[in-house]
Design a protein around this ligand. Structure first.
Ligand SMILES: [Zn+2]
Length: 239
């Protein structure tokens, strides 16, 4: 009985339908720290890719991708701090919750950007360069209109946005790095299990954050290794 009691300190009950799970203070802290610790590395990573850039197209791409990376960890951290410390400010919290969800769409678009911009694509596949941002904009409109109303639809949108742009990767003449890209995608998918396990597994959301960080690190590694470190033989300098 005592064991059950001490276990409860780390996790609250699962939320009922259409309600949000209320984390314990330990979970709140873990949610904040797991992403707060990555803000500085994300900025350093962006600056590093910027420095490795050989031309303005690579520099713009490094900036867009880096901003997506930084925004994800920054917005997530601010949202979790507000949920923890300022939950009485309902409208502010609601606004940041929407931003936390919107930033995921832009982060997915930003994560694909280096591959779409710096690799040669087929004529039809090249349209994915702007289409990913259109999908991010559509996701944003969805969040502002139906935030938290249809959770499974939202998850389906994230998965579609996460996987659909990958379909054009097959048209690449150079397929180096696609294993790492798939590996990162798989880590995100495994993380979704924890994203959906609030109130079932203690610290589920913080574990989800760790999966996000790992997947983002794998993708960063691939982008650095195959698109920036290697000689830029097939960049789109001629565009
Ligand atoms: Zn979170």
């Amino acid at each position: 009985m005592k064991r059950v009691h001490s276990f409860n300190r780390f996790m609250n009950r699962r939320a009922s339908a259409n309600c949000r799970y209320q984390p314990t203070c330990y979970e709140h802290a873990a949610n904040c720290y797991t992403h707060a610790l990555l803000i500085v590395p994300a900025f350093v990573g962006m600056a590093f890719l910027h420095r490795l850039s050989d031309n303005s197209w690579e520099r713009i791409t490094a900036w867009v991708y880096g901003m997506g990376l930084c925004a994800l960890f920054l917005v997530s951290t601010v949202f979790h701090i507000i949920t923890w410390k300022k939950s009485h400010m309902r409208s502010v919290e609601h606004c940041f919750h929407m931003c936390d969800r919107v930033v995921i769409y832009f982060f997915i678009a930003a994560s694909y950007t280096p591959w779409l911009n710096l690799r040669e694509l087929g004529p039809l596949a090249a349209h994915m360069r702007w289409f990913v941002w259109l999908m991010a904009a559509a996701g944003t409109i969805y969040v502002f209109n139906y935030h938290e109303r249809y959770k499974l639809v939202e998850l389906a949108f994230y998965l579609t946005m996460g996987f659909f742009p990958a379909s054009v990767m097959t048209s690449m003449s150079n397929t180096e790095g696609l294993h790492e890209l798939a590996c990162g995608g798989l880590i995100y998918c495994l993380g979704v299990f924890f994203f959906k396990s609030d109130g079932v597994i203690p610290f589920a959301h913080a574990i989800w954050h760790v999966f996000v960080a790992l997947a983002a690190a794998v993708h960063y590694y691939a982008i650095w290794k195959y698109l920036y470190k290697a000689p830029s033989s097939d960049t789109l300098l001629d565009l």
